[in-house]
Design a protein around this ligand. Structure first.
Ligand code: C5P
Length: 222
């Protein structure tokens, strides 16, 4: 079986950026599992299927055709072969994805799809339950955190730079609320696997976090 490195943690800890850099450094495949839930949510919008229609959602899960194309400047999310980044990053899709992600049958239906990304030479998978549920036998598990203040500050800067009008206190409260929901949900809550290396990135740069992960990977994969 191809080796797997998992990166889990709460929203805004920098998992996406860091997973991409680690995948590029190792020359491995990438699975952004949040994009899987977002792709189902986007497809549900297209087919006018609501979160209460579990059977309808399960049919969509069966037909999801998702891939990630790594480029030097970032990653392209392809849905049915077409670039879908803008579509899946919409706010309404984010809200819907979080609702469908709390449905146990949907989570089970997406396990095979997520595991199919495990192909040679290896996989870097980021999300909430990569090391605990989807790849419990992963070779190297990372749990990435940062203080709520720092995660809200990073998100604030990101949104401001893209020209959005944002209120810091509101962002902070939303993030706290989302953390609580993700941690306390019955299925696949955001918790560190027992054998995960925990990294608090509050005072670290992206490159420093990547270097720590690459060292952990080298130690565990040798
Ligand atoms: O990480 P991202 O914001 O793209 O995730 C979208 C939604 O999917 C979030 O609401 C998150 O809770 C959910 N998710 C999940 N399990 C994962 C990855 C994401 O429940 N492994």
């Amino acid at each position: 079986m191809a080796p797997v490195l998992t990166i889990d943690g709460p929203s805004g800890a920098g998992k996406g950026t860091i997973a991409l850099k680690v995948a590029q450094a190792l020359g491995w495949n990438l699975l952004d599992s949040g994009a899987v839930y977002r792709a189902v949510a986007a497809s549900a919008f297209d087919h006018q299927i609501g979160p209460e229609d579990v059977d309808g959602l399960l049919l969509l899960c069966r037909d999801i055709d998702l891939s990630f194309k790594l480029k030097p400047e970032g990653v392209d999310v392809l849905l049915n072969g077409e670039s879908a980044d803008a579509r899946i990053r919409r706010e309404e899709v984010a809200v819907m994805s979080s609702r469908i992600a709390s449905l146990p049958p949907v989570r089970s239906a997406l396990l095979t799809l997520q595991r199919s990304f495990r192909r040679p030479p290896g996989l870097v998978a980021d999300g909430r339950d990569m090391g605990t549920v989807v790849f419990p036998d992963a070779d190297c598990k990372i749990f990435l955190t940062a203080s709520v203040e720092e995660r809200a500050r990073r998100r604030f800067e990101q949104l401001k730079q893209s020209g959005k009008d944002v209120i810091f206190d509101r962002l902070f409260q939303d993030l706290q609320e989302r953390d609580r929901r993700d941690r306390e949900r019955a299925v696949s809550p955001t918790v560190a696997a027992q054998d995960a290396v925990e990294i608090d990135s509050t005072t670290l740069t992206i490159d420093e976090v990547v270097a720590i992960i690459m060292n952990s990977a080298a130690a565990r994969l040798s």
